[in-house]
Design a protein around this ligand. Structure first.
Ligand SMILES: [Zn+2]
Length: 317
């Protein structure tokens, strides 16, 4: 029997195939070969097969893979970003990246940046997966609506989550441990960036919490990796107008959102855009994501009857 996610993926595959049939991918690819811009991609927890297929697509089309250092140098020296270029990042430091991704980047000498939330590394499990799996143990109103945890002040979220971790053991580790962060940081292909301390949403933090999330994660990651930490990715892509100042004061050089554009030198270096790659999406869907072709089409479909009722639900993610 098909579950909701399978139905979503079938609808997504049909949508992606239709986008490809219009020639939009070819045009977007051509545009990227003629423009000084970099496609910033972020993965979470992909299979080796999906990761290889996406990387291969860009290799076959002649793309160059930039490191964080390459990107930073372009901004520091006002050098136009190379045409046909991609910068790959991973959010969260999922432990499965060690077996699914790290061997591939070593084999192909592929630069990647891994954004790490330090408290989640200590606990072994993400607060949001632990809360979703154990919603019954949460106090109201979160028991009924666990997604509310993303919208409350950070102090409330921390209190509720700390109570949950005390009452229910986190179980199997799903985040890399400190020793594993230290190991991958030694690889020449890997750059470590910060993804905050608590995987906190920046706009939910007061000024003191914001500083702590940004400063303390940098300090710990520099100690674990033995390297300077120069980049930050906003958990859930959420930022506000304070974050650039706090990142700059803490000594960061670049900050990354989840706004869907290619990176150009005209962008603010503390609010650089990235395209999301779906862990369970098809190759074609993800190539649409990587060129920013997905959201405009899906949003248009959502606004159109008679597809609205079916697709607007299934294409949500
Ligand atoms: Zn994250």
């Amino acid at each position: 029997m098909l579950n909701g996610r399978s139905v979503r993926n079938i609808a997504a595959w049909m949508t992606a195939t239709s986008i490809r049939a219009t020639g939009a991918i070819d045009r977007a690819n051509e545009n990227a070969t003629e423009t000084n811009c970099t496609l910033g991609l972020y993965f979470h927890n992909p299979s080796r097969d999906l990761f290889v297929r996406i990387v291969n697509w860009f290799r076959k089309h002649g793309y160059r893979f930039l490191s964080l250092n390459d990107l930073e140098s372009c901004f520091n020296t006002a050098t136009p970003l190379p045409k046909s270029s991609v910068w790959i990042s991973f959010d969260d430091a999922w432990r499965r990246n060690l077996t699914e991704v790290i061997p591939v980047i070593q084999d192909w000498n592929l630069p990647v940046t891994v954004f790490v939330p330090t408290e989640e590394v200590r606990r072994g499990r993400f607060w949001f997966t632990h809360a979703a799996r154990n919603a019954d143990a949460l106090p109201e109103p979160f028991r009924k609506n666990v997604s509310q945890l993303w919208h409350v002040p950070e102090s409330t979220r921390q209190r509720v989550v700390a109570g949950l971790f005390e009452s229910i053991s986190p179980g199997d580790r799903e985040v890399m441990c400190v020793a594993e962060i230290t190991e991958i940081a030694k690889l020449p292909q890997v750059t470590i960036g910060s993804h905050s301390v608590n995987h906190a949403l920046m706009p939910n933090c007061d000024e003191e919490q914001l500083r702590k999330e940004i400063n303390d994660s940098k300090r710990d990651l520099e100690q674990w990796s033995g390297r300077p930490v120069r980049a930050f990715s906003y958990p859930n892509g959420d930022f506000d107008k304070r974050t650039a100042r706090v990142l700059s004061e803490a000594g960061y050089s670049l900050g990354f959102t989840t706004q869907e554009h290619a990176i150009t030198l005209a962008d603010d270096r503390y609010y650089l855009p990235r395209f999301s790659i779906m862990d369970d999406g098809s190759l074609t869907e993800n190539i649409c994501h990587a060129f920013g072709l997905w959201s405009p089409v899906v949003n248009a479909v959502k606004a159109t009857r008679p597809h609205r009722e079916f697709l607007s639900k299934e294409l949500n993610y």
